[in-house]
Design a protein around this ligand. Structure first.
Ligand SMILES: [Zn+2]
Length: 252
């Protein structure tokens, strides 16, 4: 067990994680169904496996950090180069994309809409993970490659302020807060990338990694659009039947 990803796991850490998974499975079984609950946990694990496989490939000392109420995380005990950090970060959402395709296959074979939901969710969660901001995986990719890229979000958020400042001031404050958050992110990433000067990527590698990042976003959004176009009418009535809390329904 010397190199196990569970090295240093104490009994209480195991118990805490088992309880967290049990609560998650129970809550999702109750609000959606048991298959969705198990599939959701499997989706989180597959995402982390993506990071772990990439990290082990670079011979990093890597540990599974455990589950949190929002997902799971890993810890790496080496100084990884900018390139390694970016590839390790990208492999999580990439495995998420693969799990999404896997769920799509299961939906075909088993003819169960729950797997379609899991497929849709895995794609949405993966694309959210590629958000070019801390603490998302996308932030880790962007920090070393193109730290000013998140500024692309500012005009969209600014448009949000413009649309809501009269009708819904609370919403417009949220957009303003997000703009500040984006600018803070860029400032911090620029600062961090200065410290990483030692590992600065050459231009070709920088473009390669950034292109891979953009390609993954396009691929995932493409999958989401195809799913909605093809199965929207199957998914939606099904969605309304689920006992999902109202505040979550509002997200869709
Ligand atoms: Zn991740």
């Amino acid at each position: 067990m010397q190199n196990s990803i569970f090295k240093d796991w104490t009994v209480s850490k195991w118990l805490l994680n088992i309880v967290l998974i049990a609560v998650c499975v129970y809550a999702l079984s109750y609000s959606v169904n048991f298959i969705f609950a198990i599939g959701y946990v499997a989706m989180l694990i597959v995402h982390e496996i993506g990071h772990i496989v990439a990290a082990l490939n670079y011979r990093c000392e890597v540990r599974f950090g455990g589950f949190t109420p929002f997902g799971a995380y890993i810890q790496i005990y080496n100084h990884t180069s900018t390139k390694q950090t970016a590839i390790i970060a990208l492999c999580g959402p990439f495995f998420g994309f693969l799990s999404s395709l896997g769920f799509l296959g299961l939906a075909y074979v088993l003819q169960d809409t729950t797997y379609l939901w899991l497929c849709f969710f895995a794609a949405v969660v993966s694309v959210m993970n590629l958000m070019p901001l801390h603490p998302f995986d996308g932030g880790k990719v962007i920090c070393g490659t193109f730290p000013t890229f998140p500024l692309i979000l500012v005009p969209f958020l600014g448009y949000g302020v413009y649309l809501t400042y009269k009708s819904d001031p609370d919403m417009s404050y949220m957009y303003i807060a997000l703009i500040i958050y984006v600018i803070w992110n860029v400032w911090k990433m620029k600062k961090d990338s200065k410290y990483k000067a030692l590992f600065r990527l050459d231009k070709a590698m920088n473009i390669q990694i950034f292109s891979f990042y953009i390609a993954m976003i396009v691929l995932l959004i493409g999958l989401i659009v195809v799913l909605l176009e093809t199965f929207g009418s199957t998914l939606w009535p099904n969605f309304q039947e689920m006992q999902i809390p109202n505040f979550l329904q509002g997200l869709f």
